[in-house]
Design a protein around this ligand. Structure first.
Ligand SMILES: *Cc1c(COP(=O)(O)O)cnc(C)c1O
Length: 576
């Protein structure tokens, strides 16, 4: 049957970072989703997105003098800003009808492209008090709450799009497993008219022809899964489809597996992450499309002006960033000085700490979670002191929230404060509270080096180093995630240690980090400013021109979204 309307991609994500004033994201996943949609709008692609309203926001972080984190609400009111969608739908949650409405936020591209984002909301008087909270808190509550949320996101979202007139021509992009229940909605539509137990593998294949799945989690423990009993209580009779098609993993519902089974194209978010994912799920063919960031959004004003001067086309076509290789090093250096000063001024305004613009400044900001090893550089304070004294002064700016229930992440923030106190004025360390989009923008553009030392291979991609690359800030990072592809040693930045493949000794990174700082990075920064400027320029021309969401979205278009791009052999029918 010929499609009545042109293809639309419906992009589903539990978190989407829309703008500073709308706190509906917790970290990299949400920023990536927002950047993807911003680039889709720039490219005028037929994309719409679905997420939850998260009325209570992801919390506001407060840190006391010892680095003790407390959380405050980050409430926002969609009705004050957004237009309500006329249609509502009702989904069954634990046997209760829950009414779902949506708010529309339009992402506007560089020209006239628009990507509408629908933020689902159950705060309606016809819902029970509990059900009214289902779209309030991102990654909050217990597993029952989370599963109910995922019913609203996946099944409510798919039903709402249908009610709004999005038909069979719609492709579904499942951004991480949280939205996988949309497959259940599509399966029910597929076998409509027959009984659930009559659903068959052909129905799964038909649904898979319409779904694309991007996985972001390199460890089994990170995948969303729910106990069978809980799932049956929450889904009620809709669990029959899972029974008929054996979509359970043992007795559990594993959202990643559900999405894998029901998608024709599956990808990891960097080459290494693809390999790790392929080992985890050998029965499914997994491709790689490396993440990016939205170039205009994450470029600081001095660099925007510089690029506008040399190749104004860069806003429309990020490939032009490759020509940054022709910008005089002195221009790069002076744009960076301006971006650095803007960051230091804002850090002083927020914390009262004055940092010296002449001093080598390390930036480190990301979610404070154990595998990111935020405090690794403080493993040997004497060594750090001696480097700062003998090679050149160092100062460090931090940002990052720990999830409210992550005691290890919170302890890590306290340890950084303790190390900062011990280092005193010898190595000034500032932890700026409440890391979010604006602060991320400032830190990634204003640091001299962007440090990243996660435990391998747990950084599926990482994107903050891509933001810094756009601003001529080279990375010093372990070879994991995107950096395996982005690191040209000494040219675009530096690795911490060699690439050890898939097996690693995490303690080996500590001496490697000190070695690189002491022998390579600091001597270059203080001793060879022109050469340093060349590294900055390479970061933009080589990495900024590739690790952006415009290139990434074009890859999704060519490999996954566009009609005919789907390799029929990739349809994820079960082979095991
Ligand atoms: C870019 C960004 C992230 C992701 O950083 P990673 O280094 O990929 O972990 C997280 N939070 C905010 C606010 C960001 O801007």
């Amino acid at each position: 049957m010929a499609a009545a309307r042109p293809m639309t991609v419906a992009y589903f994500s539990m978190e989407i970072c829309l703008e500073q004033a709308i706190p509906t994201y917790s970290g990299g996943l949400g920023v990536l989703a927002g950047d993807t949609l911003r680039s889709a709008a720039d490219l005028r692609l037929p994309v719409v997105a679905v997420t939850l309203a998260h009325r209570l926001g992801y919390f506001r972080q407060h840190l006391d003098a010892d680095g003790g984190q407390t959380e405050g609400p980050a409430e926002w009111r969609p009705e004050e800003r957004l237009q309500a969608v006329a249609q509502t739908v009702t989904v069954q949650v634990e046997g209760r009808p829950v009414v779902v409405r949506a708010w529309r936020y339009d992402i506007r591209g560089v020209s006239d492209g628009v990507v509408p984002v629908f933020l689902l909301d159950t705060r309606l008087p016809e819902n029970s008090p509990y059900d009214q909270t289902l779209t309030d808190t991102l990654y909050g509550g217990d597993s029952r709450y989370r599963l109910c949320q995922e019913v609203v996101l996946g099944m409510g979202g798919a039903a709402l799009l249908e009610a709004m007139g999005y038909g069979e021509e719609t492709q579904f992009h499942i951004n991480e497993g949280h939205a996988a229940l949309l497959c259940l909605h599509l399966l029910e539509r597929q076998y409509a008219g027959r009984q659930p137990w009559e659903a068959n593998v052909g129905d799964v294949e038909a649904v898979a022809r319409r779904c694309i799945f991007t996985t972001h989690t390199p460890v089994p423990a990170g995948h969303d899964r729910f106990a069978g009993d809980l799932t049956r209580e929450v889904l009620g009779e809709r669990a029959a489809t899972l029974d008929a098609l054996q979509l359970w993993e043992g007795t559990e519902l594993n959202m990643t597996r559900l999405a894998l089974r029901c998608s024709r194209f599956i990808n990891g978010v960097a080459l290494r992450h693809q390999q790790v994912s392929q080992e985890m799920f050998p029965e499914f063919p997994i491709g790689a499309i490396t993440n990016g960031v939205h170039a205009v959004t994450w470029t600081a004003e001095p660099f925007r002006q510089l690029f506008d001067r040399y190749f104004p086309e860069w806003r429309r076509d990020n490939n032009y960033l490759r020509y940054a290789i022709t910008i005089p090093v002195e221009d790069i250096r002076s744009a960076h000085r301006a971006a650095k000063q803007a960051m230091l001024d804002e850090v002083e305004r927020r914390t009262g700490v004055h940092l010296d613009p002449r001093v080598f400044t390390i930036g480190f900001a990301r979610r404070a979670t154990t595998y990111k090893r935020t405090d690794l550089i403080f493993s040997d304070l004497d060594r750090l002191r001696s480097i700062a004294t003998q090679v050149g002064p160092i100062q460090i700016v931090y940002g990052g929230k720990a999830h409210p229930k992550d005691e290890n992440g919170k302890a890590m923030i306290r340890r950084i404060h303790e190390s900062a106190r011990k280092l005193g004025d010898l190595v000034k360390v500032v932890y700026v509270e409440n890391y979010e989009m604006t602060l991320g923008h400032l830190l990634t553009s204003g640091s001299d080096v962007w440090l990243n030392n996660p435990m391998r291979p747990l950084e599926a991609s990482g994107t903050s180093g891509m933001k810094s690359a756009l601003n001529g800030v080279p990375s010093l990072s372990v070879l994991d995630g995107w950096w395996i592809e982005g690191c040209l040693e000494g040219a675009t930045g530096w690795s911490i240690g060699a690439d050890p493949g898939l097996t690693v000794d995490p303690t080996a990174d500590i001496p490697e980090l000190y070695y690189k700082l002491e022998r390579v990075v600091l001597p270059l920064f203080y001793g060879m400013p022109y050469k340093w400027g060349e590294v900055q320029r390479n970061a933009i021309a080589v990495n900024g021109s590739f690790f952006n969401t415009q290139r990434m979205v074009m890859q999704y278009l060519q490999n996954a979204w566009a009609p005919g791009s789907a390799n029929e052999a990739l349809i994820a029918a079960p082979t095991a």
